[in-house]
Design a protein around this ligand. Structure first.
Ligand code: FUC
Length: 791
């Protein structure tokens, strides 16, 4: 998508409208509509007490704006976010000294003088500024209810219905039933709150905004409106360039509404609606000329003409259109009737298969709520952040985290949710072309290990973290997957130049290793692992880089072949592919993480990143069938690394063990992920602190245990754990525009239904049984029992 197209899509988004249908732009495959499974208490996170901490509050979001709902009694807090409210403004962070210093750093690395290389890299190669901008909280809406008594015992409940995309708080106090509902609407682009009291005249509340941003003003306007206007802050020497607004309108028929300078009070009546609109002046990474006043005014005016019911129903309908494509059942027992926080507390000791299913559903809910066409991609915290200084800037860390966010998107039938990521890659292919030219003197484009709202692409934080040129190349594989799952060649044609540009960068910058003659990246690192030969992690040709390049070159060649283009370029990358260091087994029997056999000397043998296992998952260049020795080496590496790690790193291990077809091992790690050390009461993943990647990586892990789609092979129940003897999953997707429904009993396949909208030949596999089936377009094939009998 060009900048202009993105602006159009964002404008359409801000004006409301069904953003998901607009996505046919990007070739949404024909995913079959909703399943008919019942969606009841199994789609619920619920609690007996209000949230005290932020990690107990529950998220609603429409991709662009979001709220964390605390479910308070005498005071409700809605912590608000808008996905383009970041620090700083447009900038190009290239270090003017980098290009000249690069050869010296490369030479020192080849000579094994890593500390000297790091010192020069730190001084001359790093981005200016050396940090990127961070995602910002917009503020809190405080709704206080003066005089409200304590709720009657056992009357309180708050819940997030992840099927209806609606938060509800209910309780009884002084004989009055109170109900409060919150939704974030994609169609109406507002957060809508409904407050109800069962006895006429008893509703009474005050509204105010609490804003941690330093440059802002809150005032009331005629028409029962509370207006927040502000400007974002400068960060790391980059001036704040954004204007932002939050506009809150109260509608309470039959009540008296009065306005103070910066607060509103409502007295009387039985029902009130609060509409919240938020916007900034961001149009794209280079243009901050949008008018938040016009945007929020129009959104509030349009939403004011609708009832809460109409807004909430439409929000539920839009959510369900995606959410109900997939249903899962892993078995259920009495544990599932407990409140969500209790279940998490007990999950490592109790048998609660339905909790894993809920985690899977919640992962899908979270992606639908944090990444919609026209919005920004889900960042390290999705869209939910209560800080002006969040951990790691709540930005896009692309040496695993952002990629992991999108692992479940294609197989779990949410291709539309990838659109913001594709739009981001289109942007960094532009900003990264400048970086490639200015920093490396190279064609194509590059993005290192992070990016932000402004699409900065330089190496940041420190050479040992940031001097890794592979982040953009890895993201390109998501562009390819989008095609491979959906098979829309028109879409592929629009992203092919981006893949080609990523390849061109490496054709120009790979260098010959003087000792081995392999072609390698230099400077680079194996994310963010200190190899023990010096203080840092800088090196040439780490295994992950070679694996990503093989995957990138393969995908680009396949894309060129689909598009019948560029034969000579394909030959060029094929030649380069042959010169990359192959995957190799080291002295410990492990998969070597670096060009030299350094694994045993690494500073932290249990390091969270398992970068060299990229080849096993998410890629499949290492697998049990084609490369059994390498798969055994990958297993050894995993054993050495251990099972427990930070949230996302734990989630990665689940996927890897599933690829090794060890379902019980994968499940034991999943149990740790679902336990209180790695899952907060609101089911957000604990890095710790909160980072959403683990939610998405865990969701993907469940898929990989039940279905693996590699090339034209569709493997049913490849890593089914004994803890889930009976179950079903419906609506998953596989490569080649396929849809798969599965059910199993007694640990064995009961039935599979596979359909490909485009037809073609696939090997269907279950255990050791393999059947090659030539699918007719759109014609479902039913396979029964572990022997895969045709119906
Ligand atoms: C990488 C990881 C950290 C964290 C950060 C956001 O740097 O190594 O664990 O997830 O990204």
């Amino acid at each position: 998508m060009s900048l202009e197209d993105f602006a159009v899509s964002r404008r359409a988004l801000l004006a409301g409208g069904s953003t998901v249908t607009a996505l046919s732009l990007l070739g949404t495959p024909s995913v079959e509509a909703a399943t008919t499974q019942s969606h009841g208490s199994d789609d619920m996170l619920w609690y007996r007490h209000p949230a005290k901490e932020w990690t107990e509050a529950l998220p609603v979001g429409n991709g662009r704006i979001g709220a964390m709902v605390f479910g308070g009694i005498a005071e409700e807090r809605l912590q608000l976010n808008e996905d383009t409210l970041w620090g700083g403004g447009p900038y190009h962070p290239v270090n003017p000294e980098a290009k000249a210093a690069l050869p010296q750093v490369q030479r020192l690395i080849f000579e094994g003088r890593y500390d000297e290389a790091q010192a020069i890299a730190k001084e001359k190669l790093m981005a200016v500024p050396v940090r990127q901008m961070s995602y910002q909280v917009l503020g809190n809406l405080r709704v206080s209810f003066p005089g409200l008594g304590e709720p009657t015992e056992n009357s309180y409940r708050r819940q997030l219905d992840i099927d209806a995309a609606c938060h509800t708080t209910r309780f009884t106090a002084d004989g009055v039933d109170y109900e409060r509902r919150v939704v974030a609407s994609p169609a109406d682009q507002v957060i809508a709150v409904q407050l109800k009291a069962s006895r006429p005249g008893t509703l009474a509340f005050d509204l105010r905004l609490e804003v941690p941003q330093t440059r802002h003003d809150v005032r009331t306007l005629p028409g029962n409106v509370l207006l927040l206007e502000g400007e974002n802050n400068a960060q790391h020497g980059i001036s704040g360039a954004l204007k932002f607004q939050g506009r809150v309108k109260v509608i309470a028929r039959g009540a008296k509404i009065s306005a103070a300078a910066d607060s509103l009070s409502v007295r009387g009546g039985t029902e009130a609606v609060i509409l919240i609109a938020m916007a900034t002046s961001y149009r794209n990474y280079a243009d901050v000329s949008a008018d938040p006043d016009a945007i929020t005014s129009a959104q509030i005016a349009a939403a004011s003409r609708k009832s809460f019911r109409a807004i909430a129903d439409k929000a539920a309908e839009d959510h369900r259109a995606i959410y109900r494509r997939v249903s899962i059942d892993l078995g259920r027992n009495a544990e599932a009737d407990k409140s969500t926080d209790e279940r998490i507390r007990q999950s490592e000791t109790a048998d609660d298969p339905a909790l894993a299913a809920l985690y899977f559903r919640y992962g899908r809910y979270l992606l639908i709520a944090s990444s919609r066409p026209g919005s920004q991609p889900a960042n390290l915290q999705g869209i939910w952040n209560d800080s002006v200084n969040p951990p790691w800037g709540s930005k896009y860390t692309i040496n695993i985290n952002t990629q992991m966010n999108y692992w479940p998107a294609e197989p779990a039938a949410m291709p539309e949710m990838v659109e913001p990521l594709i739009a981001l890659v289109r942007d960094i292919a532009q900003t990264g072309a400048r970086m490639a030219r200015d920093m490396y003197g190279a064609r194509g484009w590059v993005c290192h290990h992070n990016t932000d709202l402004w699409r900065a692409t330089g190496p940041i934080d420190g050479p040992q973290f940031g001097l890794w040129p592979m982040g953009g190349a890895w993201l390109c594989l998501h562009l390819w997957d989008r095609y491979d799952y959906g098979r829309d060649a028109q879409y592929l044609a629009t992203v092919y130049p981006i893949l080609k540009g990523a390849c061109e960068f490496f054709l120009d910058t790979l260098v010959r290793d003087p000792k081995t003659s392999w072609m390698v990246t230099n400077p680079s690192l194996s994310p963010e692992n200190n190899h023990g030969h010096g203080e840092g992690s800088l090196c040439a040709g780490p295994t992950m880089d070679m694996q990503i390049l093989r995957a990138l070159f393969t995908a680009t060649a396949q894309a060129a072949s689909v598009l019948k283009t560029d034969a000579s370029f394909v030959a060029e990358i094929a030649t380069m592919k042959g010169k990359l260091i192959p995957n190799r087994v080291g002295a410990e029997g492990q998969l070597m993480e670096w060009k030299d056999d350094w694994d045993a000397s690494a500073k932290d043998l249990h390091h969270r990143h398992v970068s060299h296992l990229f080849g096993l998952f998410p890629d499949a260049q290492i697998n049990l069938d084609d490369t059994p020795d390498l798969a055994a080496a990958a297993r050894k590496s995993l054993e050495i690394r251990g099972d427990k790690a930070t949230g996302w790193a734990t989630a990665w291990r689940i996927n890897l063990w599933a690829r090794l077809r060890d379902g019980d091992h994968a499940h034991s790690i999943l149990r740790f992920l679902l336990g209180p050390e790695r899952t907060y009461p609101n089911m957000f993943d604990a890095h710790p602190p909160f980072q959403i990647d683990g939610n998405f990586g865990g969701t993907s892990g469940v898929i990989e245990m039940l279905l693996q789609s590699i090339g034209t092979n569709i493997h049913l129940l490849p890593a089914l754990p004994s803890a889930w003897p009976t179950g079903s999953i419906r609506g998953l997707r596989a490569r080649g525009a396929c849809m798969v429904d599965l059910s199993w009993k007694g640990g064995a396949l009961a039935q599979a239904r596979v359909v490909s909208t485009i037809g073609g030949s696939h090997e269907i596999r279950c255990g050791d049984v393999r059947r090659t089936i030539n699918f007719q377009p759109g014609k479902a094939v039913l396979l029964t029992g572990p022997e895969l009998r045709s119906a």
